[in-house]
Design a protein around this ligand. Structure first.
Ligand code: ZN
Ligand code: ZN
Length: 361
């Protein structure tokens, strides 16, 4: 069971340290994380002593069911409602808002109306995301559930997929499996890329049939109770040739090094460096065209960014992906990705465990 009260206390601690008296939370995943509310219109006002969910009449019942412990206000003018709640703290109160989420127009109106009410405002986007980087037990259970479904679906796929299947067939098979295994469905659009298409990092599935010697790169993940899995495997339909075997071996080694580097206390950028330095040493640095990974949770892409120079510190129970890739345009590409959780000591523990070595079907 999710402990929303404890999550809110963690956010309050961080707000206090940043000089934010009252936090207005508007990003839906952040509202869900701190309340359990899943409606499309919900804002959370978090004060040192109060917590109020602002929504509208359409969601009155859902809010009462999903967030029964909260004070609820029905008001379509949620900016006005937030200012009224913040004003209880007196004229010196500083209201933090999620500047990375609200539109410039809404932010402008908020700042103006706050000033008229003698309240201070401060951009506080990212505060909740920092707290979300470390998962609690309830979250880990959901992520691990999503990863187990994803592994089972991939295993079934690799038992069945053969020459002649299209990329769309692969994506459809996985979606059906995810649902049959009890997940909500795919957490994001599956990438299924065969042959030369595997060289496109974010290829959208087409009707191209798989043929003998093709690499098949599959990037997918189920969603369970709002939480995501994210994994990529690259397999071959028959012999992919010497060059692509080498590339696969290189990416496999880079991915292992990245997982080994994902230890508590490391910077996220260290994980990127661990993968990238090996690829660079093989002269393929310019073919590793994306970051090494990202946090995973209620959002498929969330903090921390696992990219070059990222200073975010990995903490115990941070969940992230490690997904180096090497892409040779017109020929083929290999990516190997796992969702992993940072442990108290030792390397990160993979939550996705489908075998990574080159599977030749
Ligand atoms: Zn992925
Ligand atoms: Zn990913």
């Amino acid at each position: 069971v999710a402990d929303h009260g404890r999550r809110r206390d963690d956010v309050r601690d961080l707000c206090r340290r940043q000089g934010v008296d009252v936090l207005l939370v508007t990003a839906p995943a952040n509202v869900r994380h701190l309340t359990g509310f899943t409606g499309s219109n919900g804002q959370l006002v978090l004060t040192p002593t109060d917590v109020v969910l602002v929504t509208d009449a359409r969601y009155e019942e859902r809010a009462a069911i999903e967030a029964p412990d909260l004070r609820r206000v029905l008001d379509r003018d949620w900016v006005g409602a937030a200012l009224r709640i913040a004003a209880v703290g007196g004229p010196e109160t500083t209201l933090g808002y999620e500047d990375h989420h609200v539109t410039a127009r809404t932010a402008g109106a908020l700042v103006e109306r706050a000033a008229a009410a003698s309240l201070g405002t401060v951009a506080a986007g990212g505060v909740v995301e920092v707290v979300r980087e470390v998962k609690d037990e309830a979250e880990l259970a959901r992520i691990e559930g999503a990863c187990a479904v994803t592994d089972a679906a991939l295993t079934a796929l690799f038992e069945r997929v053969r020459v002649g299947w299209t990329e769309r067939d692969v994506a459809r098979f996985l979606r059906d499996r995810f649902e049959a295994l009890g997940a909500e469905g795919p957490g994001f659009d599956t990438i299924a890329a065969g042959g030369p298409n595997s060289a496109v990092p974010h290829h959208a599935p087409t009707d191209r049939p798989l043929s003998e010697g093709d690499l098949l790169k599959v990037d997918c993940g189920a969603r369970v109770d709002g939480y995501h899995a994210d994994t990529t495997r690259t397999v071959a339909l028959g012999d992919p040739g010497e060059r692509m075997r080498e590339v696969h071996g290189l990416v496999l080694e880079a991915q292992w090094r990245g997982r080994e580097a994902a230890v508590a206390g490391a910077a996220a950028g260290d994980v990127d460096r661990a993968c990238r330095s090996l690829v660079e040493a093989h002269g393929l640095g310019d073919r590793f065209v994306h970051g090494t990974g990202h946090g995973v949770g209620l959002d498929i892409h969330e903090a921390p960014a696992v990219t070059a120079g990222s200073a975010a510190t990995l903490r115990t129970r941070t969940v992230l992906t490690v997904e180096p890739g090497v892409y040779l345009p017109g020929i083929g590409g290999v990516r190997i990705e796992d969702t992993v959780v940072v442990t108290e000591d030792g390397p990160a523990r993979p939550c996705t465990t489908t075998p990574r070595q080159l599977l030749v079907l």
